[in-house]
Design a protein around this ligand. Structure first.
Ligand SMILES: [Ca+2]
Ligand SMILES: [Ca+2]
Ligand SMILES: [Ca+2]
Length: 366
């Protein structure tokens, strides 16, 4: 029987029939994702919009609509090492699918032996995590993809993602040559293994223009990899005094300024009406870090949490947004993901005339 009646109208008619005992809709229940992670529940994770803070990324609204990312999406972290065995990161640690762990061979033929979690270009070895000095990289990883809903620690913009690591920053910083190798490492991984790597997170900057680095970023762009970069922490105008790598003209770059929990431009944040794309949470950001327990030969590395400030902290919120969008739109290319992030920003007074979009990150509509 064909009926043009709506469901509720049909139910009402059935209810009025004496032989019908009861009629009601067969509701379809959606499992909604609500974070039980302590730093979210306490309201400290304002960047995820804990406590309903609308200056945050509004990731919590995406989670409530069951949008929590996918473990088929990869993000490359170009930074220090990150603590991939951290209690709140391990489930989202990516591995190079072409490499067999610990067999002493370069299985995938990229010239690097046992590059399982990534590669340490600074130390030229496969131990990407080298201890408590790798706190910055670990903090970045947590804002992208700390595990959500595990009743532990913090939560990233995406609960599910795979993060790989190219370490080029050491205690003395990093070199342009190793930055280029790091960018090309991920481009090659995607090209070689068909890895669904949608973006690299680049919470670093400094130094002058490098044609070699720009060319590497363009090679990443040709492979549909976004290069999401920090605007810098000197409080200056990048339109007047260029800052790299966020300031290269490559289309696949998203340059990120930092905002506070009240929506202001963070005092340290660099900006630029034509060179910085949007703002994202970067002040008082809680995330994952390694810590030391015990002393001397009894010292061990443990999972911990800390609050940091910087455009370095804003950038991974946007990288997490790229992973979230890619998980929901598997066919989207790099520029479509960038456009989705840019066009969904919320207009923000402190960013008007200081960024390309004049707005802050908002993933609630993804
Ligand atoms: Ca290899
Ligand atoms: Ca190492
Ligand atoms: Ca967690």
């Amino acid at each position: 029987m064909e009926s043009k009646m709506g469901t509720m109208e049909a139910i009402e008619r059935l209810r009025n029939m004496p032989e019908i005992e009861y009629a009601e809709p067969n509701w379809i229940y959606q499992h909604t994702a609500v974070s039980n992670d302590p730093y979210f529940e306490s309201g400290q994770l304002w960047g995820m919009s804990a406590g309903g803070n609308l200056n945050g990324s509004r990731a919590a609204e995406a989670w409530a609509a069951n949008k929590t990312g996918s473990n088929t999406v990869y993000i490359g972290i170009i930074d220090e090492g990150y603590m991939y065995m951290h209690e709140d990161l391990a489930a989202n640690a990516g591995v190079n699918p072409g490499e067999v762990a610990g067999n002493g061979m370069d299985d995938d033929g990229n010239g690097l032996i046992d590059d399982v979690y990534g590669w340490d270009f600074e130390g030229n070895n496969n131990t990407v995590f080298d201890g408590v000095g790798d706190d910055h990289g670990t903090h970045v990883a947590g804002s992208i993809g700390a595990v959500g809903g595990n009743d532990k620690g913090v939560v990233g913009v995406v609960w599910n993602v795979k993060m790989l690591n190219a370490k080029f920053l050491g205690s003395r910083g990093g070199t342009t040559a190793n930055a280029i190798k790091s960018v090309d490492y991920f481009t090659d991984l995607k090209t070689r293994h068909g890895l669904n790597l949608v973006a690299t997170n680049n919470s670093w900057g400094g130094g002058g223009y490098s044609q070699g680095l720009k060319d590497a970023i363009d090679r990443a762009g040709a492979a549909d990899i976004l290069f999401i970069a920090a605007a810098g922490n000197s409080g200056t105008n990048n339109d007047a005094s260029a800052s790299y790598p966020s300031g290269y003209t490559s289309e696949n770059i998203i340059a990120v300024a930092s905002i506070t929990s009240t929506g202001g431009l963070s005092s340290f944040s660099q900006y630029g009406a034509t060179t910085v794309d949007l703002g994202a949470p970067g002040s008082a950001i809680w995330s994952t870090v390694p810590a030391t327990s015990g002393k001397g030969k009894n010292a061990t590395i443990i999972s911990s949490y800390a609050s940091y400030n910087g455009t370095s902290m804003a950038t991974p919120h946007v990288a997490g947004a790229a992973a979230l969008y890619a998980s929901l739109n598997p066919g989207a290319d790099a520029l479509q993901i960038k456009n989705a992030i840019m066009s969904s920003t919320t207009p923000t007074a402190s960013l008007a005339g200081k960024t390309v979009t004049g707005g802050r990150l908002n993933v609630s509509g993804f």
